[in-house]
Design a binder for this molecule. Structure first.
Ligand code: ATP
Ligand code: ZN
Length: 305
């Protein structure tokens, strides 16, 4: 197949059929990259993401994707280099940029925490006023301690922050953690959580204020929400005696209400409904106890709520 020539990224803003071409910044290589690319494919976008590309154009949606360092994404959004970004909420907080968080994406979960060496005397962040704190998130750290009325010395390091206390460089760290395993490995003990974070789709206020771009953003957002909702719900079918219906409706109220179809056997019905993944096993046990049988569950691909 012949490669389709694409215009350079900077020139891609011109209007074209299907609305103005939006620009979306994503992390090029890191913890968010694979989930981000998977999500963009799941919402039906066709683009090449392999190799050392700096940007790619979607073939079937007016969107160009810019691959960059995650730390640069808030700046790109503030400067108007891009309209949209997929990034951790921790970075939005750190950079203090004004962006519209359009949708949480359900990946990149982590917490920004304060940690000290396991055998250090410090038990609470309020004791760290005169201390030295190592972090890659200096603004978030300073802002947090300010809320406690403290101004500890904050030193900014871009990597391996977690080794700073054992090297004697700092008394505490402000660091991201997901599972806590890196903390354990470095003998660190968390004493406070500053922020819980996950990846979000965010838009620049300038893009949202422009009706043409906003319309395209809404189309994209609708797709993201449909894919996210489909992940949250399962489709559930079961047979049950009619007498069990009140209890079944209590357990699985459905999105509006369940579909109930009479079976050939008198006194029996088939119930079709949606069920939230989170309460799934719990609900199934209650449905069985209520008399439901032949319970069939299937995954959803998209769900427009
Ligand atoms: P880049 O080269 O793009 O600057 P990075 O090394 O700064 O990459 P990653 O470590 O890939 O960034 O983390 C990207 C994002 O993933 C973080 O900003 C955060 O939102 C999220 N994240 C999830 N879990 C963790 C974790 N355990 N440690 C750090 N970040 C995490
Ligand atoms: Zn980074």
């Amino acid at each position: 197949m012949q490669p389709v020539p694409v215009p350079p990224f900077a020139g891609a803003a011109a209007a074209e059929p299907g609305g103005p071409r939006l620009k979306l910044a994503v992390q090029r290589s890191g913890r968010l990259t694979q989930d981000t690319i998977d999500l963009l494919h799941a919402i039906g976008l066709e683009f090449e993401s392999y190799g050392q590309r700096l940007f790619s154009h979607c073939r079937n949606f007016p969107l160009s994707i810019l691959y960059g360092r995650d730390d640069d994404i808030p700046g790109y959004m503030a400067l108007g280099t891009v309209d949209l970004g997929i990034l951790g909420q921790n970075l939005i907080h750190e950079e203090g940029v004004r962006v519209d968080e359009l949708a949480p994406l359900g990946f990149g979960y982590c917490s920004l925490i304060v940690a000290v060496l396991r055998d250090s005397p410090y038990q609470a962040p309020a004791e760290l006023g005169g201390c030295r704190i190592a972090t890659s998130y200096p603004r978030s750290a300073a802002a947090y301690f300010k809320t406690l009325g403290l101004e500890p010395e904050i030193i900014t390091i871009s990597g391996s922050v977690e080794v700073a206390p054992s090297l004697g460089m700092a008394d505490a760290v402000v660091e991201l953690t997901a599972t806590g395993s890196t903390l354990l490995l470095n003998d660190l003990r968390p004493i406070a959580t500053i922020l819980e974070s996950q990846a979000v789709l965010a838009a620049s206020p300038a893009a949202m204020a422009d009706p043409a771009r906003r319309a395209t953003i809404e189309r994209l957002l609708m797709r993201v929400k449909a894919v996210r909702a489909a992940k949250r719900f399962k489709y559930l079918m079961m047979n049950a005696p009619e007498a069990a219906l009140p209890e079944i409706r209590r357990v699985v109220p459905g999105l509006k209400s369940p579909t109930i179809i009479p079976l050939a056997d008198p006194g029996w019905v088939a119930v079709h409904t949606a069920i939230e993944e989170e309460v799934f096993w719990d609900s199934i046990e209650r449905l069985r106890a209520a008399g439901a049988t032949e319970i069939l569950v299937s995954s959803l691909e998209k769900l427009m709520l």
